[in-house]
Design a protein around this ligand. Sequence first.
Ligand SMILES: NC(=O)c1ccc[n+]([C@@H]2O[C@H](COP(=O)([O-])OP(=O)(O)OC[C@H]3O[C@@H](n4cnc5c(N)ncnc54)[C@H](O)[C@@H]3O)[C@@H](O)[C@H]2O)c1
Length: 312
Amino acid sequence: MNINRVACVGAGLIGQGWATLFSSKGLDVVLQDVSEKILEKATRGVRSNLMFLETNALIEPGGAEAALKRIKLSLSIGEAVSYADYVQESVPDDYDFKKKVFREMDVNAPHHAILASSSSGLLMTEIQKVTANPQRCVLVHPVLPVYLIPLVEVVGGEQTSLETATIACDFLKKLGKTPALLKREVSGYIVNRLQAALLREAIDLVDKGVANAEDIDRAFCMGIGLRDPIIGPFLRIHLAGGGVEEFIKNYSQSYHHRWKTMETWTSIPSSAAKKIVRGVKEMEVVRKKSLEEIQQWRDQMLVKLMKVIREQ
Ligand SMILES: NC(=O)c1ccc[n+]([C@@H]2O[C@H](COP(=O)([O-])OP(=O)(O)OC[C@H]3O[C@@H](n4cnc5c(N)ncnc54)[C@H](O)[C@@H]3O)[C@@H](O)[C@H]2O)c1
């Protein structure tokens, strides 16, 4: 199936990221949200993203202005999706929001169009229940920043057809993304489950006074984070133990002690919330730079890192 026209429903951080990616790859985009003011802000965000790509030679000179011209704005979901081959929804992560929007997208999009959700953890099985064509609905979860990080998780619900998931993966590959099609639906998919496990432990270390937020970020970035762009957790244990069987034999007991002493809470304790808010605000980079400046610095570093990885 040829996908030339896309609609982005919801123009917040993620909607802007998708509009940046799609328009920079030559697709016609309709970007939709609920007010003129939000759409004006979103246009500024997309322009800034596109200029970043152009400045870093990730799109050709003049590519940012050309891409912006391919983006139309709309205040109506019905209008935005009416000619789309592919719709990417990015409204708040709440079943009520998603269901209302998916119902409207399904009524108004052409019959062949794929309807994708950016949700970070909700299940498509639940969202697609409100549509008349659930087979064409699929989760396509990006990783921030959408226009730089290659991975996208593709997760079907119980009624999603294999054809829909396959078309979505093929489309994403053509855009230069690396789709990971999950075999089974689970809340948070792969990326956010791994992040959730790490985050709970990081928060607990602050709460228990083992280290402050800045020290933990430093330990991550200068330690496991530096190595993790190259190898994942399984290749790590294979290398760490002189082979995965040796690792399981030699390290199971020490991991048992770690896991036994780890927290299992499912909501951030209020004592911990206060400490991490204070800890983040005390970080040197947070005191010295605005959110936008930190984001730009992160993206500059990412571009350099990805260049090195691509060259290998
Ligand atoms: N922020 C992240 O790190 C991240 C990463 C991956 C996926 N996601 C997922 O992407 C989705 C969007 O997240 P975000 O961070 O962009 O949120 P956001 O709050 O920045 O943007 C949501 C946008 O949806 C709009 N909206 C609300 N109701 C709408 C409606 N009825 N029609 C059209 N637009 C409507 C809002 O006005 C807002 O502009 C969520 O499902 C989130 O879980 C977020």
